[in-house]
Design a protein around this ligand. Structure first.
Ligand SMILES: [Zn+2]
Length: 485
């Protein structure tokens, strides 16, 4: 079938699924928007796409990527072109990336640099959070300009001492400013000072292998930081959220804070739902001395472990069940991937010890497929909850609803047709990113992203990503709505 973009298109026979309901219905698209949903019959000359047996879903909203990010002496393997192609192929039509202000820059400098990186390159629609790598008193004023420019969420790091970590009084100052502006701040919650002490201690013992990455970043230090930030924010009644929540005990801390009245929500990632710390092997699985880089007899083991070096690290298996439960019952509101890709060869293999390995992993393309497979098909979440955590809650929290994140007349025609039938096995050569591996190699996936529409344009047709993709649009985000569960 070829879709005439200028006319209307009818998606017929599918299960139209939003965060609140599922029903067999047809969806009509015209002029880049959804115009009608219901028991519709084709008009003369109208293009019809049969969706029998498929789910018709709102396009996915990815809440957490780092595209074209300079970090740890290198730059991420994916830029906006490759990262958003990968997103689109996987059914994500909106990407929220972390524009980053580096030391010495104003906040608007950082935002302008990110507009240059993304403009004309991104093929999904995109918005930004603004990550601040330090706190300076003048930022309180600059944040107003950033909000005015359509970025209503900021980020601060409680880890990475010396490069990005902020102190408690700075967190207080930033939250005061953001709450006055009606904005929110996402926090990377880990106690950076203690992590630093643990890392120095292991390095001094000659423990340099990638195994020690997780060993020096225990879950306690995430829970502690999350408790600290929710406490500070409660003094100000300030909206805030926990990015990439990784541990069951942190989730309990966040639940407690919310019961106590904190305006806090939480994001987790597929890697914390599906991968555990067995990926780090044992203290001996990598060489204990990597001063010469990776070239001794344990090289391949060490490199394999480095693929999973991310912060926070993967946790023990019991945490996975706790996070799935939180995703199902509203303890966790949305799922981003923290897509921050570095090649194993030429990037992660260059580090001389665990503390200098570029942190991060790819994941943007498989987010919907993994959540569908292990969540919906796995019986852990309903199809409606799947839509809530992959699209609608993010749209509401980041002020994009109902233009994005749902299927309603008037919404952008960002639509995924998901065929739940086929099963396939993940291998990296099937993906569209620009990195040399996937953490999910060998995973079984139920179903596939069959078709994707972005503002009415059919960008994936029968599983094939279009060759000529129009640039995506920048999305100005509105005020966060933290009344989501
Ligand atoms: Zn991140």
């Amino acid at each position: 079938m070829s879709v005439v973009q200028s006319g209307s298109v009818l998606l017929s026979g599918g299960m139209v699924t939003t965060a609140s309901r599922s029903r067999l219905a047809a969806v009509r698209l015209a002029g880049g928007r959804i115009t009608e949903i219901g028991d519709l019959t084709p008009r003369p000359g109208e293009a019809v796409l049969g969706c029998h047996g498929c789910l018709i879903l709102p396009g996915g909203i990815e809440t957490h990527t780092h595209l074209d990010l300079e970090a740890m002496g290198t730059v991420t393997a994916d830029d906006f072109a490759s990262g958003t192609r990968s997103a689109l192929a996987g059914g994500t039509t909106t990407v929220l990336d972390f524009a980053t202000q580096f030391h010495g820059e104003s906040l608007m400098d950082g935002l302008r640099r990110w507009h240059k990186k993304a403009g004309g390159q991104a093929v999904t629609d995109y918005g930004f959070h603004l990550a601040m790598t330090q706190w300076r008193p003048e930022f309180a004023g600059e944040m107003a300009e950033v909000v005015e420019a359509g970025v209503t969420s900021f980020k601060l790091y409680m880890a990475y001492r010396g490069s990005m970590m902020v102190q408690d009084d700075e967190i207080y100052a930033a939250l005061s400013a953001s709450s006055r502006l009606g904005a929110t701040i996402g926090f990377h919650c880990e106690n950076g000072l203690v992590i630093d002490a643990l890392a120095r201690q292991e390095l001094a013992r000659g423990h340099t292998g990638a195994f020690y990455h997780q060993y020096t970043r225990p879950p306690d230090l995430e829970r502690e930081a999350a408790g600290r930030v929710t406490t500070i924010a409660r003094l100000l009644d300030a909206q805030h959220y926990i990015v990439h929540l990784s541990a069951g005990e942190t989730l309990e801390e966040v639940r407690r804070a919310r019961r106590g009245g904190s305006k806090v929500v939480a994001e987790t990632c597929p890697q914390y739902l599906l991968l555990d710390d067995s990926r780090y092997g044992t203290p001996d699985s990598g060489g204990s001395d990597k001063r010469d880089g990776i070239d001794d007899r344990n090289d391949s083991d060490e490199l394999g472990v480095r693929a999973f070096v991310m912060s926070p690290p993967l946790r023990s298996a019991e945490n996975l069940d706790a996070l799935w439960a939180g995703l199902a019952d509203g303890g966790i509101q949305f799922v981003g991937t923290d897509h921050c890709s570095f090649n194993l060869h030429g990037q992660k293999d260059q580090a001389t010890d665990f503390a200098s390995i570029p942190n991060g992993a790819p994941g943007v393309e498989l987010r919907l497929a993994l959540l569908y497979t292990y969540g919906v098909a796995g019986g852990r979440i309903s199809p409606e909850r799947f839509v809530a955590v992959t699209a609608e809650n993010a749209a509401r929290y980041f002020g994009l609803y109902p233009r994005k994140g749902t299927l309603l007349p008037g919404s952008d025609a960002d639509i995924v047709v998901y065929d739940p039938g086929p099963a396939w096995t993940v291998s990296h050569d099937r993906l569209h990113d620009n990195v040399d591996h996937t953490p999910y190699e060998g995973f079984t996936i139920r179903g596939r992203v069959r078709d994707v529409f972005l503002r009415g344009h059919r960008v994936v047709a029968d599983g094939v990503l279009a060759g000529d993709l129009a640039p995506g649009q920048f999305l100005a985000c509105g005020p966060p709505d933290s009344d989501i569960s």
